[in-house]
Design a protein around this ligand. Sequence first.
Ligand SMILES: [Zn+2]
Length: 296
Amino acid sequence: MQDRFVRRINELPKALADELLPMLGEQFCGHLDAQQVKQLCSVSKMDSHELGLALLPIAAALAKPPVSNFYVGAIAVGSGGDFYMGANLELQGEALFHSVHAEQSAISHAWLSGETHISDIIVNASPCGHCRQFMNELVQGQAIRIHLPGQDTAPLSHYLPYAFGPADLNVTAPLLSKQQTELVLESDDPLLIEALDHAGLSYAPYSQCHAAVVLETEDGASFCGRYAENAAFNPSMLPMQMALSALVRHNRSFSDIKRAVLLESSQGKISLVGATMDALHAVAVVELEHLVVDPV
Ligand SMILES: [Zn+2]
């Protein structure tokens, strides 16, 4: 079991903790597939939402909050019943807008894993306004069920009435729906090709700045982030933040980063390069490789 879970697992009921323990090996990054969820439900005699609430201490253990020291854990439930955990991330010494919220981390975890719909969000603290707005950008966002400890389950429409969302800006394919923007790059560098693929899947209906970040660590692993825009602009999730959040979920350290690539479309009305460099330089002494590519 990874060190970060040692203390947290004692907060779980014994039968659940015993069954979960072998799943928390070195490779664990906060994902439980539907079969594992079913197995944990059966042993703990909980339904999947009770299980999600019981597992929040494990999700919160994925957090890295050096500024607030406030650990938030969230679980996004995919359409097939998979659990995708996420947690908050704050960058030491950098402006607070670089922070990632637990709900964003969990949702991006599901998105990067290929999910196209999230039915439920389970979280250990009431979603802030920023996260309510972020969730409102998702496919069938208003219907997402929010589960909080000690609260009745309610849809996002209860938490965010009179919402402003993608439909108000005539966007008909919201976040999590299949995006495909064809971009051109001649390269045989696997990291750049990975960045190209993810930029093509990014969600940038407002600026057309289709973009992705890929980080490579010393052990040869890579972690991606796609740009996820928001109708209200500020709650957008930058690709570097998404990649850093993935890296932390996979239990890597920022000091393990040896390469960092930002690839963005030449057609964007904006560029993410400044914000991306600031975030990278807050955590690692690595130069950002920046590529601007044309669409097909
Ligand atoms: Zn939030």
